[in-house]
Each structure stands twice: as structure tokens, then as C-alpha cells.
Design a protein around this ligand. Structure first.
Ligand code: SF4
Ligand code: SF4
Length: 143
């Protein structure tokens, strides 16, 4: 299993290529209460306006709207246009803790994200990721 190494640096295992793959699809991640508050503050708009223009609300579930097969905040030449206010699940991607417990998660996430530096192999990748996760505060995941 993974063990500690020194001086963790995200760029050792991941550099986003801004390919936009993770912002594609007909659904988006869900926003918890903290995500909603952060996004409202980032956009500087009223909740009513953000709900109308940017969110898709299904019962108690809040997602971002989809336009042309991608998240409404994704701009092909710019990437995420709500970067500072993006949900925690977007912040966490692609360095998901599940990578540590199962190599198949590492392989499937690697296939989805070209920014992962996989050439070093699973064990070495895990050592660095574990160190990074240990040295950073848990995301404000909420429920
Ligand atoms: S899939 Fe990976 S490399 Fe592509 S935009 Fe998302 S995080 Fe960046
Ligand atoms: S909020 Fe930003 S990072 Fe998250 S899916 Fe939308 S465009 Fe992508």
C-alpha cells in the first residue's frame, strides 16, 4: 500500500492540459450547500438569477446546466469560467482518494484525464498522491 514520501507537489503527478473532458457530458456534478454559497459569491449574482441562468434543480439536487454537451461554465478556449467558485468535486478531480485503494480506479481516471502523469507507475503515483492528500485540508465536502 502507499507510503509517505517528501515534498509533495501536485505538479509531480498532475498538470491539467485543459482538454475539457471532465466538463463534458449531459449532467454535471452536484453542488452541496457550500458549493452553492461559494458559487453565488463568485458570480456576484442573486440566488434567483443564478438558479435561472446556471443551475438545474431537480428536487433537492442542484447541478449546473448543460449547454452544447458541456457544463454551462465551460468555454472551449478558456476552460472553467467559474474557476474560483467551482464545486468541490471539480476541485478534487482527478486526484480522487479512491485511486489509492484500487488500481482500476487509477486506470479508469487516467483514461479520462490526460493530465495525470502515469508513466511513473501506480505505486510511485500513489506515494505522491498519499502525501499530497495527507498534507492538504480535506475539501469542504458537506453532505
Ligand atoms: S480531464 Fe484532466 S486534463 Fe482535461 S481538463 Fe479535466 S482535469 Fe484537466
Ligand atoms: S464548474 Fe468548471 S470545472 Fe466544474 S464542470 Fe463546470 S466548467 Fe468544469
Amino acid at each position: 500500500m502507499c507510503s509517505h514520501s517528501q515534498s509533495p507537489d501536485v505538479s509531480d503527478i498532475f498538470v491539467c492540459t485543459r482538454c475539457g473532458f471532465c466538463c463534458q457530458g449531459e449532467t454535471t456534478v452536484s453542488l452541496n450547500e457550500q458549493d452553492q454559497t461559494r458559487m453565488l459569491e463568485c458570480l456576484g449574482l442573486t440566488r434567483e438569477e443564478v438558479e435561472r441562468r446556471f443551475w438545474r434543480i431537480t428536487g433537492s439536487e442542484v447541478q449546473m446546466q448543460v449547454r452544447d454537451g458541456h457544463c454551462i461554465f465551460y468555454e472551449p478556449n478558456l476552460g472553467c469560467t467559474v474557476h474560483e467558485g467551482r464545486p468541490w468535486r471539480c476541485r478534487q478531480w482527478p486526484l480522487h482518494p479512491s485511486i489509492l485503494s484500487d488500481e482500476s480506479n487509477f486506470l479508469s481516471i487516467s483514461e479520462s484525464c490526460p493530465g495525470l502523469k502515469t508513466a511513473m507507475g501506480y505505486a510511485a503515483f500513489c506515494r505522491i498522491l498519499q502525501n499530497i492528500l495527507d498534507s492538504t485540508k480535506p475539501p469542504d465536502q458537506g453532505a
